[in-house]
Design a protein around this ligand. Sequence first.
Ligand code: ATP
Length: 230
Amino acid sequence: MASSFKGDVEFKQVDFRYSEDKQILKGITFSAKAGETIALVGPTGSGKTTVINLLSRFYDIDSGEIMIDGRNIKDYQMSALRKRIGIVLQDTFLFSGTIMENIRYGRLKATDQEVIEAAKMASAHSFIKHLPEQYDTPITSGGSNLSQGQKQLLAIARAILADSDILILDEATSSIDTRTEIEIQKGLHYLTKGRTSFVIAHRLKTIENADRILVIKDGTIIESGSHMEL
Ligand code: ATP
């Protein structure tokens, strides 16, 4: 069935190794329709991060194919490919600048008003408003003046501003206070709506809400289905 928006993703028999000695991924095959949320779960070292890194073509695969909207990712210009993919990592890259500048990094031409709108959609606005200098608050040494959860909220705001149609999310493993956790879930809900999203999921709620779960073990998909099916 044709999708109404863009961002269909397909992995076909993908094999990958970082070096000669060890095959990391073996015959990874799955597809995600535009707009779906796919949760990747599995033990540490099983290959979850590797799968999603291959989508941005950080490495070339040994065999198989990775397609976006029916086109091999090798046939995209690297800049065009990377522009389509937004990434929200556990350890958000924050630089020495203000909160405003750090969110704007998602789209450099965004106006102050657009940055604030994105922060509102991300549920980041309320914590920012409570800081003495609000959006002008400087980020010190990579964000040591913010909590892990607040950093994730800024990353979500940044990704909303970037407006890419495919998203990669590495959910925080560290404990986050309940209130911030709720804000993050709200922000993620807004962010992932209408975008194809791949989440390395650590929270049960995220797994429950995913359209499909891929269980990865030793570089292969051992199970796939919805939370109800598995
Ligand atoms: P985690 O849950 O701990 O993040 P993961 O499921 O995401 O684990 P990967 O990070 O994809 O797993 O790692 C899969 C395997 O690839 C591991 O054996 C890891 O040691 C290896 N690996 C990961 N990155 C590299 C790299 N840059 N060079 C060589 N080997 C790597």
